[in-house]
Design a protein. Sequence first.
Length: 436
Amino acid sequence: MRRIRAAVTGAVTLSLVLTATACGGGGEDNGGQATKTLTYWATNQGSSLEVDKKVLQPELDEFERRTGVKVKLEVIPWSDLLNRILTATTSGQGPDVLNIGNTWSASLQATGALLPWDAKNFEAIGGKDRFVDSALGSTGAPGQDPAAVPLYSMAYALYYNKQMFKDAGIAKPPTTWDEVVAAGKKLSKDGKWGIGVEGSNLSNNIHQVFVLGKQHGADFFTADGKPDFTSDGAVAAVKQYVDLMATHKVVAPGNAEYAQNQSLSDFAKDKTGMVLWQTPSQTFASQGMSEEEWGVVPAPVPSGKPGTGTATNSMVAGINMAVFKNTKNLDGALKFVKFMTSDEEQIALNKTYGSVPPVKTAQKDAAFSGPSLAVIRDTLASSAAALPQVPEESQFETVVGTAVKELFADAAAGRPVTTESVKAKLDKAQQQMPKK
């Protein structure tokens, strides 16, 4: 196939600040006959919606050339996406195929609106065993057929500014949280800061405290799926994250208001020495930062050696592809998913977006062997964990993400962030969850 012609910048920001928006229509019909047209809702992976259209449209044209099926594309910003999908699940008027944040898989599965990926449907796209296990772990509730298939895979890593580290006399990048704080204090001077956060980004907040929760032996949900936000481990995780600003003073107070990748811009402009993020290299490049100026290491864990359990250092991040159950062109939808998860598309699209293919054979391509993506690939393989695959996961992101946002606001204003205040915020969040 052709090389994708547009350069893409940006990293995924899974913001759940939702606003009501009308949803698009599903597959069209003509006198009751299914047409050869699909509607596809794509996620905003690049620096703008227009960039995504330039990346995706040539691929959709190629799919039409091969199959005769035309794909009508709409790229939806993350701030609108979940609400658009939920509106579509209740109205029955959604797209044929759509991208979803993989953390929403179980929540959207519970609506009953998405096509279950049973053995027959997986076989239509080449088989379930083509996908890596870590990506399949975020496709729906355990014990049920997946609600989606993996499309793009990502994980968190620690990125550091080489020159700022050299100027501060830091010999090597940190691998533990104690080392992050120590390095951060050396970097935090003369208007510069140690590490950036996105304090108003609800989903990013969840990603960070979920991982810290694992390191403290907490999961935020019990084994039977009930919210458990006020356990000692959960409280300690949230406090540890907010304390980067509140206690250690290695995060600029202004980061409490960040929600749109501003921490990446600060990093690229030498205002911040470190950032925890998912595959941000394209964003750094768009800000004029060359690959030689930054380094990357696995995200920190208490022991310095990532692994499973309390050595978890990332959530399994990524984008899944789903099909609405009421599509009028199921055959075309399955062909489209097969096309998008083919080796050649997986290599091309993930290379362009700076992510890692969740398809095993595509992941072995040399394009994903560089230092940055190798860290992501290894993290996904050995030290990342899926967010809880429960129907209430999207509400969890909203209420606990908001609690963390409010705690960052307290820290920025100089108000004390104590174990008691953290527990009170998390208790309030738990009370807002649906009752079982």
